[in-house]
Design a protein around this ligand. Sequence first.
Ligand SMILES: NC(=O)c1ccc[n+]([C@@H]2O[C@H](COP(=O)([O-])OP(=O)(O)OC[C@H]3O[C@@H](n4cnc5c(N)ncnc54)[C@H](OP(=O)(O)O)[C@@H]3O)[C@@H](O)[C@H]2O)c1
Length: 306
Amino acid sequence: MRFDANTRLAGVIGNPVRHSLSPIMYNTVFSALGLNCVYMAFEVEKENLEDAIRGIRGLGFMGINVTIPHKTGVIPFLDELSAEAEIIGAVNTIVNKNGKLIGYNTDSYGYEMALQEKVGISLKNRNVFVIGAGGAAHAIAGQSILSGASAVVITNRTFEKAKSLMDFLNGTFCRHHQNSGSDCDAKTRLETVPWGTDAWRNILHDMDIIVNTTSIGMNGRGDLAQDIPWNNIKKDAVFFDVVYTPIETSFLKEAIRLGHRAVSGLYMLIYQGAKAFELWTGKKPPIELMEKTLVAHFSEKGGKDA
Ligand SMILES: NC(=O)c1ccc[n+]([C@@H]2O[C@H](COP(=O)([O-])OP(=O)(O)OC[C@H]3O[C@@H](n4cnc5c(N)ncnc54)[C@H](OP(=O)(O)O)[C@@H]3O)[C@@H](O)[C@H]2O)c1
């Protein structure tokens, strides 16, 4: 693709951002679809965040992705939030609609689609166990509630953060219900349990979807599989790991070895990107090409630090 005076701009802001796979993923798809667009990575310091967001409007970017540590920090600088971004309290995609900046959370969509496409299950009426309480956990727990899970149980090494996430979600769902004219009794049971094998043993036997949202296992650091009480788990429970370097973590490997279905964070990454692409261009990107591009990149890098 040759860039010219009509080339449209997109990108990702974060810090650090030089490891991001998004430029490779989006530019491959722009080129395959013959779209005159380019996607770049911008390392943005906290104190420059407002200027960076003004720049999107000022320079007429079609939109940007937002990554760590700016997913919550960008919110005050936006004109509008989608319902899921408001409930989750984090934005990973901004769309510039004729100068109006709208914040979305497509991580949550990526999680739900990955479950649907890779193992054919929906979140409705499921019991979901969320390991972790950071940014990814907000999206996973929030989407589980939005899609009608029966229960969301949150555990985190720093227990107060699990409690804060639960309180935050209770609060935003309550406001969401009140704004739509219904009462605030969420249909999903939300609870927290302490960190560790002993506490998990008492609850995991009842869980349908078990999600690692922590960075344990990223680039081979840490092994969550050691802490899971494997003999207390439903036979048909599904395991999901948000980590995608390596594509199959030891947590997923052990789940598969024991006969469980498992979904890699690679698919969450792909589907969140697919949704952002669609929001910016109005077109559906080729999922297989996105997967092929990322897998090829991982094999080149030997699965490390991608
Ligand atoms: N697949 C995707 O599309 C996608 C999307 C978003 C994020 N991610 C991945 O998700 C992971 C988490 O990202 P995030 O944005 O949620 O980060 P974050 O906000 O910094 O949260 C990190 C979480 O991991 C926990 N944690 C980290 N090291 C731990 C350890 N050694 N033992 C126990 N808990 C530990 C933290 O617990 P404490 O609160 O106790 O510190 C916290 O719950 C990263 O690997 C990121 O790449 C993937």
